[in-house]
Write a protein that binds this ligand. Structure first.
Ligand code: ADP
Length: 245
């Protein structure tokens, strides 16, 4: 990968479900260190796009290059090992394990056995750092099952961070959160994007306006427009299909 090449480069991507083109020729590039938001009306293809990047859905055509490696054809676990992590609209956490154990388990996923044994000696600095970063240190010993909706989302992000991905794909991380939880999440995303690349699918336009530097608008499986929030909002096509609704 040359310095000028984007970390994630999606080219000519199409996804067809039973003859229906959910993604219809998308080109999309994300540079290293970006905090990029993907917006668009329901059914625009946002989640499907993340599903393709993470190996969950096979495209009918096109390519997904990540750090110069082709992801199409790779399985989910291979994509994780290459450094791409994602969250889901409903957080996937182990309810009966503690918050710390959840993060520890996620971290161990990419480790060799000797490293795993060394780490079981006590709380590793890396796990503590991740818990601190996600604001979950005070809840470290609590079972994940007692967490609030917002705290579960942060735990899932913490579990991702423990796997040290270069690229994080987050699917509606602030859905169902209170205003205060949204603010904390926004600050967390900005902070994560200081040393990683983050792509966020989001419906909450106020949240996008506050935290997005770059936005890509999808509509009917295509990229309608992209740019900074001001130029995207001023685009008459965007107002028609999305913001004006
Ligand atoms: P968004 O995340 O932007 O709301 P999705 O990516 O979830 O949109 O969906 C895009 C389109 O593809 C929608 O019309 C949806 O109904 C359809 N779709 C998504 N997943 C499947 C599937 N597994 N089978 C059939 N159609 C699907």
């Amino acid at each position: 990968m040359t310095a000028a090449e984007p970390l994630l480069k999606i080219s000519g991507l199409s996804v067809v479900f039973d003859g229906f083109r959910a993604i219809d020729g998308i080109d999309l590039s994300v540079a290293e260190g970006e905090l990029r938001f993907l917006i668009g009306p329901n059914g625009a293809g946002k989640t499907t796009l993340i599903d393709v990047v993470t190996g969950l859905t096979k495209p009918a055509s096109g390519s997904v290059s990540f750090a110069g490696r082709e992801l199409v054809g790779k399985r989910e676990h291979q994509v994780v090992r290459l450094g791409v992590g994602r969250t889901f609209q409903t957080a996937v956490v182990f309810e009966e394990l503690t918050v710390e154990e959840n993060v520890d388990l996620a971290a161990s996923f990419r480790m060799s056995l000797p490293a795993l044994f060394r780490r079981r000696q006590g709380r590793s600095d890396a796990v503590a750092a991740v818990l601190e970063r996600a604001g979950l240190m005070a809840l470290a010993e609590q079972p994940a099952g007692i967490l609030s909706h917002g705290q579960r989302q942060w735990l899932e992000i913490a579990m991702l961070l423990a796997q040290e991905p270069r690229l994080l794909l987050l699917d509606e991380p602030v859905a169902g959160m209170s205003r205060e939880e949204r603010e904390r999440t926004g600050e967390l995303l900005v902070e994560i994007a200081r040393d990683r690349t983050v792509v966020v699918v989001e419906h909450d336009m106020e949240f996008v306006r506050t935290y997005a530097s770059a936005v890509t608008v999808l509509h009917e499986g295509r990229v309608l427009t992209e740019g900074d929030m001001a130029s995207v909002q001023a685009d008459p096509q965007v107002q028609e299909v999305y913001l004006g609704r």
